[in-house]
Design a protein around this ligand. Sequence first.
Ligand code: ZN
Ligand code: ZN
Length: 316
Amino acid sequence: MRLAMQYSISAGCLTVAQIETAVAQYGAFAPYVEYLRSAGLVSPGFQVSSSSQSTNPAPSNPSAASGSSTDASSQTPAKEEQREPAEDPSISGEDVPVKEITVVEKPNDSAESVGTIPAGTPVTVTAGTDNGYMKLEATVNGTEITGYAPVSVTNDDGETVELFATDVDYEVAWEETKNVEPTCEDEGIIVRLNALSEIEEEETIPALGHDYEETSRTEPTCTEDGEIISTCTVCGDEQIETVPALGHDEGEWATAKDAGVFTKGLRELRCTRDDAVLDTEEIPQIVPVWAVVVGCVIVAGVVALIFVVASERKRK
Ligand SMILES: [Zn+2]
Ligand SMILES: [Zn+2]
């Protein structure tokens, strides 16, 4: 079963060395090796080691599982459809049910069920039986299941359907049926279908996120907002960031116009950045001493004049 599946999957692509490696790795039975040797697909002196033969299950019906029909399968003797008890199960690797299987207590159809094993779950085969069952162990959701399951079943069309593949064959049977690459904003999706179990698996790939780079910058002023434009190097999406206006920066008060004699002056507060006038203040006019003296004399003169005029009126 293993070799036939391996061979049918890669038919036409394998070199003699690859076939020999596959046979040595996965095991094969005498008729296969004979067939391969007669077809010139392996070296004339090629031998399969006894350990790989004894620890691998018999190819009961390769065409049912692999979909191919070769001379090799028709040459498989019925005797080899039984699985020999594995001396060391770890050597044979693990098998995988290709459909959900019901594990029964004893190797017969009417035996009581001890549990079901979902397709694709690794199982360890520990022994084979004369009537096409195999003894297996598996752990499903943390529960250990030990019992028997048939190697194959007959479907409604009278065809023999293999229920197990090697874990290697099972891995090889995954095919990608959909592959949508993720974009900056949308997640990607990969859908895989297992040709043996017809289980479909979906894997989502997170969106990549934009990769922004600054492409334009307008600096803010005291009164106007600035702007930074960043563009995604992948999809060209633009992101605009507003940089708030800075506001004026008050400098020192400075005289804009000196005060003169009888004229007012002016002081200004300006922005250190753009020189805008932020505030103004008057500087009082200058009044000279002589003007004060003249003023006093005039006031005194007026007072004196009023006094004189008032005295004259009294005398009359
Ligand atoms: Zn983008
Ligand atoms: Zn300013």
